[in-house]
Ligand binder design. Structure first.
Ligand SMILES: Nc1ncnc2c1ncn2[C@@H]1O[C@H](COP(=O)(O)OP(=O)(O)OP(=O)(O)O)[C@@H](O)[C@H]1O
Ligand SMILES: [Mg+2]
Length: 340
């Protein structure tokens, strides 16, 4: 593990025991995040983005969940730590922000008290010092009249302000890793842009690693340094943002990018859609998981799962035919998966 890696996820598997048997929601996922770096995690609903972050935070119910692999953070494997140690890491060294602020803020306390409590829960700080730190971090989020806001209750704030308070609460202990799970999806475009700026600025100021989960390739282009694209529990492409936007290699990623509206695109034209449905976790294909929807799939794809290989420096892809697709020699054989 390089010294600059904040976290190293290695061959993570997450299995759930359900009434219908065991399902593997995250299947051999590896990635790392450096300091002062935002890793975007993208992919369709159900591909395992949240389960991956809940595995890192160890928030999944241990009675129905099993893990394999390693999550190395600060020299420790989070998968082997006891609850005592984990509760000291959670909220202090690793913080998380969610889309839904209503369940994360307590309606009965002022936001100031909640930030102060978050700080005091993780260290011996006087109330006065904690109040000063709360004011400092809330001011840094750009909220107007921060002193006044700290005395207010969550319901007195707009959605965008509540999200800023959540970010302030997540950052007040100066974590080394921030996990943001679709934090701006519920916000209007202007507020979304401000929150994205804030996260980028905080990443720099705190020299923090960030895992930013999103559906939105536009957001990835805007704030991420690297990106991991997930499909049905696996990382299928992992790259710097520049390399991914210049030349996406996996047919699924190409589909996601073409589905992005651009300024030049004709508003009357239909956006590209990837045909077909994601297979169910209880019926995972034996070969490439994307084969049934892929215009380039061959017998080999159906029979053998591809490995995540290095295509170019800093760019990995899980596809048997990426090279032929890139140089144009692969033919579109799977007509049923033709894009619409
Ligand atoms: N407790 C559980 N028991 C069984 N299956 C689960 C459980 N929690 C999650 N899953 C399954 O794991 C898969 C991944 O879910 P996850 O919530 O990580 O998706 P996601 O990528 O975050 O999707 P979204 O974009 O909708 O938030 C889904 O198929 C989901 O149904
Ligand atoms: Mg999710």
């Amino acid at each position: 593990m390089s010294a600059s890696h904040v976290i190293d996820v290695r061959n993570l598997r997450t299995h759930f025991h359900t009434e219908k048997g065991r399902v593997t929601a995250v299947d051999d996922v590896s990635f790392h995040v450096d300091r002062n770096e935002i890793l975007g995690v993208v992919g369709e609903s159900g591909c395992g983005k949240s389960v991956t972050s809940e595995a890192i935070m160890q928030l999944l119910n241990p009675d129905i969940t099993d893990f394999e692999g390693e999550i190395v953070f600060g020299g420790e494997n989070l998968l082997t730590l006891g609850e005592d140690r984990l509760s000291r890491i959670r909220g202090k060294d690793i913080s998380m922000i969610f889309q839904d602020t209503t369940s994360s803020l307590n309606p009965l306390y002022t936001v100031g008290d909640q930030i102060i409590e978050a700080l005091q829960a993780h260290g011996r700080v006087s109330r006065k010092a904690a109040a000063e730190a709360a004011l400092k971090v809330v001011s840094a989020t750009g909220i107007p009249s921060p002193e006044k806001r700290l005395k207010e209750y969550p319901h007195e704030l707009s959605g965008g302000m509540r999200q800023r308070i959540m970010i302030a609460m997540a950052l007040v202990c100066e974590p080394r890793l921030l996990i943001a799970d679709e934090p701006t999806t519920a916000l209007d475009v202007t507020t979304q842009a401000q929150i994205l700026d804030l996260i980028t600025q905080m990443k720099r100021d705190f020299d923090m690693g960030v895992i930013f989960i999103t559906h939105d390739m536009g957001v990835v282009a805007e704030i991420c340094d690297r990106v991991a694209v997930m499909y049905l529990g696996q990382v299928i492409e992992d790259s710097t943002v520049e390399s991914l936007f210049e030349a996406p290699l996996h047919p699924y990623t190409k589909g996601l990018m073409q589905a992005m509206p651009t300024i030049e695109s004709d508003p009357q034209a239909d956006l590209y859609t990837i045909k077909g449905k994601v297979p169910s976790l209880s019926d995972v294909p034996k070969g490439c998981r994307f084969a049934a929807r892929c215009p380039f799939s061959t017998e080999k794809c159906v029979a053998q799962p591809p490995t995540l290989d290095v295509a170019t420096k800093g760019h990995k892809v899980r596809c048997w035919h990426w090279q032929a697709i890139a140089d144009g020699s692969a033919c579109k054989v799977n007509a049923g998966a033709e894009v619409g």
